[in-house]
Structures are given as C-alpha cells and as structure tokens.
Write a protein that binds this ligand. Structure first.
Ligand code: S6P
Ligand code: ZN
Length: 190
C-alpha cells in the first residue's frame, strides 16, 4: 500500500538513525582544498587523515515525491585555525529549499546567495534554520564536541559542489582566543 519505510528511529545518544539507505564520510584529504591555510593542511595530513564529518540519509520515495531525512555529524577540529566544516553546496535544482535542525553541539550555518548576499547563523541545540532557494549552505562545528544536525530536503534537489569549491563562502570561521570569529575570505579578493 504505502512505500516503506514510513518511519525511522533516531538515536539521540549516537546522533544516528536506522534504517538508512546512504552513508558517506569526508576526511581531511577529501576536503583539503576548502581550507584557507594550505600549508597547515599539508602539515596536518602528514600526521594523519582525520574524519571531518559523516552523514546518513533516508529518502522517503513515492511515485510523486522524494522527501529525504538526513543527519550529519561534524567532528570537533581545526586546520590552520579554521574549524571543521561541511563541503557546502548549492542545490542543482536551485529553486528547492531545505530545513536544517541543530540537535547537538554548537556551530554556525553559513548561507550565501548566488549574488553574494552572506549570512551566518549561530547554532545551539534546538535551532531550526530554513535554507531558502538559490542559497549555498555550509555547517561549521565551532565547539569542542561533535556537532549533529538533521536535514530535510528533496533528494532530487541534487548537489552543486563546484561553485562553492571555486569561490568559497564570503567569510571564513576561524578561532581567535578560543572563540569563533568571522573574517573576510581572502580568496574573494584575489
Ligand atoms: C543535502 C543536505 C545535507 C548535506 C550534508 C553534507 O542537501 O544539505 O544532507 O549533503 O550535510 O554536506 P555536503 O555539503 O558535503 O553535501
Ligand atoms: Zn543541501
């Protein structure tokens, strides 16, 4: 009658859920070019290749819809003073929005429109953020514990990683005296 599963079970202790169809991991080597201080990335990779984040996703597929629930866990860490973060992307289908829900930890959501309008939102557990259409999004873990957030989106939205990889976001989130601050992305001035 209905396509399965209709429900899944989230585990608040682990920050994961079952069942899930997709699981992916991103290590520092996968994300190396995103960080501003390339020398710090090279030094860090000589020591090891830490897990920066992982995520699970479960599409609720019907003949007419593909609403998807996902959970991302960003581990605490920094490279060259820049906090661990997701790759960040626009949706290939630019008009499709998304909801992010911070479950655990502290962080920031970076949002930037195609025209370059930038906004950073501080996250604590319970913050729900709307990612409007035509908006690139990246989550940053600014704490010293794991940052966990849920995402609800249409799987058909897709990912455009190329635009963010080329220009980055307008501002970087870096640690100054142990606190997160936003600084202009020097790459934008080049
Ligand atoms: C999908 C949604 C999330 C991210 C995940 C990893 O639209 O925004 O599920 O895919 O948080 O981030 P990224 O930027 O590597 O896809
Ligand atoms: Zn997205």
């Amino acid at each position: 009658m209905f396509p399965l599963p209709l429900s899944l079970q989230y585990d608040f202790t682990r920050g994961s859920f079952t069942p899930f169809e997709h699981y992916s991991e991103r290590r520092l080597s996968d994300l190396a070019e995103l960080f501003h201080d390339q020398e710090a990335v090279r030094r860090a990779l000589k020591r090891d290749d830490p897990l920066v984040y992982d995520w699970r996703a479960q599409p609720f597929q019907t003949p007419e819809s593909d609403l998807t629930f996902g959970v991302t866990r960003i581990y605490p860490g920094q490279v060259g003073g820049e906090y661990f973060m997701t790759r960040g992307h626009f949706h290939l289908q630019r008009a499709l929005p998304e909801i992010y829900f911070c479950l655990q930890g502290t962080g920031m959501l970076l949002l930037e429109s195609e025209a370059g309008a930038f906004q950073a939102v501080t996250w604590t557990p319970g913050t729900v953020s709307h990612i409007p259409p035509h908006t690139a999004h990246r989550a940053v873990n600014t704490g010293d514990t794991i940052l966990v957030f849920a995402a609800v989106y249409q799987q058909s939205a897709g990912h455009d990683y190329k635009t963010v990889a080329q220009r980055g976001f307008a501002q970087l989130v870096v640690a100054r005296e142990g606190k997160p601050v936003l600084v202009a992305n020097p790459r934008r001035g080049e």
